[in-house]
Ligand binder design. Structure first.
Ligand code: HEM
Length: 80
């Protein structure tokens, strides 16, 4: 059992780069902090936006999921 906090879809949606200082993205049920990533400034990463579950969008990326290895996980996403 992870001791990380459960994060609701609403809490994630507010961390979209616009509404709250933190910028979060979710992938495979985990929520990651990209607040300090120059590649996610203002919550935008190419045509992808923070504040949501991007699991289904990773296949669009030119990179694999290794990009998550160096990111800090801040919680687990509450299932819908
Ligand atoms: C058109 C689609 C995309 C392009 C062109 C793109 C491009 C890139 C590039 C060039 C990097 C830097 C890679 C490196 O440091 O080696 C990167 C990092 C990253 N990408 Fe993407 N990406 C795309 C889609 C996505 C999607 C859909 C996700 C999420 C599921 C994603 C998540 C990330 C993350 C988390 C990082 C690491 C950021 C950091 O460490 O600062 N990318 N991307």
């Amino acid at each position: 059992m992870s001791d990380l906090p459960v994060i609701t879809q609403q809490q994630l949606a507010l961390r979209n780069g616009q509404d709250k200082p933190e910028i979060w993205i979710a992938w495979q049920g985990k929520v990651y902090d990209v607040t300090h990533s120059r590649l996610w400034r203002n919550g935008k990463h190419y045509e992808h936006w923070a504040g949501q579950d991007l699991t289904a969008e990773l296949p669009d990326a030119p990179h694999t999921d290794y990009v998550f290895e160096k990111l800090k996980q801040v919680g687990v996403l509450q299932a819908e």
